[in-house]
Design a binder for this molecule. Structure first.
Ligand SMILES: CC(C)(COP(=O)(O)OP(=O)(O)OC[C@H]1O[C@@H](n2cnc3c(N)ncnc32)[C@H](O)[C@@H]1OP(=O)(O)O)[C@@H](O)C(=O)NCCC(=O)NCCS
Length: 232
């Protein structure tokens, strides 16, 4: 069983506290935080990055939250480069009202949180990002269930592409999820993706009524160690 630390936090409400917390971020992170036009986006960004640093430190107590250094891969995924990092890996996600960080040892890990938009235009995108089997399963559902299933598939797909570190360079419609009656999630991958679907485990979570989340890990099974650190 692979244990994944999943830390969740609502975005900070106070710009004063955000200014204090941003002191633990590095120059690049602070520059990016300054670029946001809206305070809400800045607060979300600072919360997610401070949460990441604290969650990583929980696994490597010798490294202070402010001491983490990162480098980014070819498709933009950040990874820690401190000497003591070892095999520690993480992924973060932010959406309206929620930030999430997943940390695991020695295995690819991805996390996604999405605010469940109430608008129906979301379904216009289904044909380009969902597999034919996913689209067929959405069509047969009632409205409320369809919206929930849409974001279930969406967060699972994002958690998978983020765990692989390749982002939307992977063709989303070739990654196909299904939910069985017993609520179990299954993955089917097109052979062109050159990956073994059975080597992945997924867990979904609902941090609030408006937000859905999913974690992907390249491991036979997954156990989420959930926490809500207080950053306020
Ligand atoms: C990764 C990606 C799927 C994120 O989607 P999203 O739902 O909008 O955003 P989320 O909040 O869930 O995740 C964003 C976080 O994922 C991480 N991330 C960025 N690129 C990533 C990647 N390729 N794989 C995994 N994680 C990535 C970052 O930490 C980012 O947070 P930050 O911008 O605050 O540092 C999307 O941005 C993507 O596909 N990026 C790749 C773009 C690309 O191909 N760039 C090529 C540059 S040459």
């Amino acid at each position: 069983m692979t244990v994944v630390d999943l830390a969740l936090a609502a975005p900070l409400a106070s710009t004063g506290r955000a200014a204090q917390l941003s002191l633990i971020l590095d120059h690049d992170e602070r520059d990016r935080a300054r670029c946001f036009h809206h305070d809400a986006d800045r607060l979300l960004y600072i919360t997610a990055h401070a949460l990441t640093r604290h969650t990583l430190t929980n696994r490597r107590r010798s490294i202070d939250p402010s001491a983490w250094r990162f480098s980014v891969g070819p498709w933009g995924r950040p990874h820690p480069v401190n000497a003591e990092t070892g095999e520690l890996r993480f992924n973060l996600s932010h959406t309206q009202g929620m930030t999430a960080v997943a940390v695991a040892e020695g295995v690819d890990v991805g996390v996604d949180v999405e605010w469940i938009r109430p608008d129906d235009w979301i379904y216009d995108t289904a044909g380009t990002v969902f597999s034919p089997a996913e689209v067929a399963s959405l069509v047969e559902l009632a409205d409320d269930e369809r919206r929930d299933r849409f974001f279930l598939y969406w967060t699972l797909k994002e958690s998978y592409i983020k765990a692989r570190g390749m982002g939307v360079s992977l063709p989303l419609e070739l990654i196909s999820f299904a939910r069985t009656v017993g609520e179990e999630v299954t993955l089917d991958l097109d052979p062109s993706l050159e990956d073994d679907a059975s080597s992945w485990a997924f867990e979904t979570f609902r941090p609030s009524t408006e937000v859905r989340g999913a974690v992907a890990v390249r491991a036979p099974s997954i156990e989420l160690e959930l926490s809500w650190p207080d950053l306020s």
